[in-house]
Design a protein around this ligand. Sequence first.
Ligand code: NDP
Ligand code: GUE
Ligand code: MG
Length: 303
Amino acid sequence: MKHDPALSGKLIDGKAIARRLTDRVKAEAEALRERTGKIPGLAVVLVGDDPASEVYVKNKAIQTHRAGMRSFMHMLPETTSQDELLELIERLNADPQIHGILVQLPLPRQIDPILVTNAIAPHKDVDGLGEVNAGRLSLGIDGLVPCTPLGCLMLLKETLPDLRGLHAVIIGASNLVGKPMAQLLLKEGCTVSVGHIDTRDPRGLAREGDILVVATGKNGLVRGDWVKPGATVIDVGITRIALPDGKTRLVGDVAFDEAAPVAGHITPVPGGVGPMTIACLLHNTLQAARAILDHASPDHKAS
Ligand SMILES: NC(=O)C1=CN([C@@H]2O[C@H](COP(=O)(O)OP(=O)(O)OC[C@H]3O[C@@H](n4cnc5c(N)ncnc54)[C@H](OP(=O)(O)O)[C@@H]3O)[C@@H](O)[C@H]2O)C=CC1
Ligand SMILES: Nc1nc(=O)c2c([nH]1)NC[C@@H]1CN(c3ccc(C(=O)N[C@@H](CCC(=O)O)C(=O)O)cc3)C=[N+]21
Ligand SMILES: [Mg+2]
């Protein structure tokens, strides 16, 4: 169905758009290296084994290398204590080779995700989840913007000539995706609605969206009759499902075969939001490295 020629004009090609962004980041990372002699470094921390996080880790390592950056992986056991994780973050905050730090979510239940994301130095918080960057986003001040919503916004801007005045409906209200997505679309002039688990009529709400962004982690939640005809649909969900032949496949939160004929434009899974998240992470790591290396101020001097 995804390769149906009737749908090909509707598909938003996240993979191609991400490749263009990554190529720009690579060129700028090279220029930074010529100016400063330093290579942007990204530290990624994964505690335990969330399946969506494993997909992210694998693709991130490949793309980080492609963009001419260094990646430092820290894989910790499921039983890691909060104090152990906080100690690691302190070391990464102090390490001059590291310009960006990302802690993969969700974390095991013994660890408070807010405490952990707030422990990352704000100028290294490339996922933009700490209170400083989240606060800046909500106040409309420049800062590090969460990678997935930033990538979704780039896809929307590539697809639609003008976002102003459109009704954007977001299903899912997490700190990682739904809430920062709402802030970004509000800043773009959309009228924004956010649905979540307690929303009484999520289908009725979704059907009002000129833009529909779905980030719930419930595969196939959004059926064809949840989509306003002609709407632009952005599917953030990533679930790995087992097939009868023993292989696995990635699926989103939108029932693609039903939604695609109704939508004006739609992202596939895979090949939609996922590659954009990674490209935006590299973009944010470059921004963070530049802020540290180009205009090092006493509180975040590199070495
Ligand atoms: N492609 C990519 O780059 C990325 C993909 N993901 C994927 O996106 C999905 C969402 O991630 P994340 O935001 O972290 O997940 P969370 O579990 O943190 O949040 C899910 C949100 O969806 C809401 N929700 C859950 N079920 C329903 C429902 N039936 N109807 C309406 N709302 C519902 C929850 O409501 P409530 O708040 O009330 O519980 C919550 O707000 C996951 O599949 C994740 O793997 C995440 C990040 C990046
Ligand atoms: N702090 C934090 N930030 C995140 O952004 C974050 C996280 N934690 N935890 C896990 C989720 C999941 N996530 C993905 C990113 C890219 C792909 C990705 O590359 N997807 C490819 C997969 C291609 C393939 O391998 O088949 C695609 O959709 O085309 C998937 C999933 C980021 N997340
Ligand atoms: Mg939840």
